[in-house]
Design a protein around this ligand. Structure first.
Ligand SMILES: [Ca+2]
Ligand SMILES: [Ca+2]
Ligand SMILES: [Ca+2]
Ligand SMILES: [Ca+2]
Length: 417
């Protein structure tokens, strides 16, 4: 007999901000740096990730401090370790107001360059706080070390702040040392089980055409949060209570491409307020056999074109506890990595993702990718322009050529799937 359980869990918004004691490794203060030494730093810490071969996510904020106003910064970084840099977000940053700011990600060489120039805008006033958040996909346990390339002979690889009189200087840098570990509940048989999110971005399409920059926002953004589960042994039930926060409205649940098909029972809280709770209890009869992959997808509509969507677990036993059960049944806690989805604006057809309107360079990039083994588009969603068919192929090239040169229709938003 199948059992029904209905749980209602109060909205809990959690946020934590840890500072751990670490040692600053500093060179002598740059003589052009007024007053005390300015700095760029990570807060090193241990990060819990799903055990391999499951992938997880590591969200790493970079901080900076300046004791006099600055008008620009250039921060070149390189990293070592089992991680891929998916994206970066300035949401919540001290320089979020600066229009001319960029993050160039080079996963091939494991380098990333953060730059900002205030131009005619207000200077970055003295202070301390977050600069940018990096979103890494982790592929293994181990150490993720983020250092600077400040001592490279290349000028564009120097670590620099720019004073209001345009003189540059090198602030101190404290490298980030992140220990990626995974834990194993002793009641969890076999390999550690896990619950994680497999896609780290929320996309907000801005329609193309001559008025693309005005008015903003326009179009409708979506977040598809893919929940992955992995269970090494048969399980009786999965209890995955979740909270959401950020600029989203819950839309629907999809089982498209789920490893379970639609054969599991889903019982959830019966009201889904904005920013509210989602609780899911799938029960399979007989037990769910060992599996790993996409469980289900939560579909949200974005209510803003900036911000951060966070999906976390409530972790409050007994009713809203993240829990798997064995067939005994014995409960245990799988590994869990919260999902953070920075909202990224994009212009459909901006294949190069340079924030410019569609031009010939986007077509060239696409042709290189399709026919000459060129690099994958930075965000494939911007290249699937012919109505989302989830293929990036000659049809998209033809569509873009028609749009640019033959008064064809505007490029269409892709599918964030
Ligand atoms: Ca200073
Ligand atoms: Ca297990
Ligand atoms: Ca472009
Ligand atoms: Ca396509």
């Amino acid at each position: 007999m199948k059992k029904f359980m209905l749980i209602l869990i109060p909205l809990i918004l959690t946020g934590s901000f840890f500072f751990s004691g670490t040692v600053t490794c500093s060179a002598a203060q740059d003589p052009n740096d007024p007053y005390g030494p300015d700095s760029v730093l990570f807060i090193s810490r241990q990060l819990l990730i799903p055990c391999p071969p499951e992938g997880g996510q590591a969200v790493l904020p970079l901080y900076f401090r300046n004791d006099t106003p600055i008008i620009g910064l250039q921060i070149p970084l390189s990293w070592t370790g089992p991680a891929i840099l998916d994206s970066a977000s300035f949401f919540g940053s001290r320089i979020n107001y600066v229009v001319n700011k960029q993050v160039n990600i080079d996963n091939l060489n494991k380098k990333v360059l953060v730059t900002a120039q205030v131009g005619v805008q207000q200077s970055i006033s003295d202070g301390r706080g977050m600069l940018v958040k990096f979103y890494f996909s982790t592929i293994d346990t181990g150490d993720l070390i983020i250092d600077t390339t400040a001592y490279s002979p290349l000028l564009q690889e120097h670590l620099l702040f720019t004073r209001e009189d345009s003189i540059t200087y090198t602030p101190e840098y404290r490298r980030g040392e992140f220990h990626l570990t995974c834990v194993h509940d002793p009641n969890d048989p076999g390999a550690p089980d896990s619950v994680s999110f497999s896609q780290a971005l929320a996309y907000y399409p801005i329609p193309g055409g001559p008025f693309a920059y005005y008015p903003l926002p326009s179009g409708q953004g979506k977040v598809f949060a893919h929940i992955r589960v992995s269970n090494s042994d048969s399980v009786g039930a999965l209890f995955i209570p979740l909270t959401t926060s950020g600029p989203v409205e819950f839309d629907s649940i999809s089982f498209r491409e789920s490893i379970f098909g639609d054969s599991v029972w889903i019982i959830k809280g019966d009201s889904l307020e904005p920013k509210g709770l989602i609780a899911l209890i799938p029960v399979n009869d007989p037990p769910i056999s060992p599996s790993a992959g996409l469980f289900l997808t939560l579909c949200f509509t974005l209510t803003d074109n900036t911000g951060l969507v966070i999906l976390d677990s409530t972790f409050t036993p007994p009713m809203s506890h993240l829990l798997f059960t064995t067939t005994e049944p014995q409960g245990y806690c799988p590994q869990f990595t919260a999902g953070e989805y920075p909202v990224i604006k994009y212009w459909p057809g901006d294949v190069t993702f340079d924030g410019e309107l569609v031009d010939v360079s986007d077509i060239v990039y696409l042709l290189n990718y399709i026919y000459k083994d060129g690099p994958t588009p930075p965000h494939p969603i911007s290249a699937d322009v012919n109505g989302p068919d989830r293929l990036i192929d000659i049809e998209d090239v033809v569509y873009l050529i028609n749009y640019l040169y033959r008064h064809g229709s505007n490029p269409l938003p892709g599918d964030p799937w």
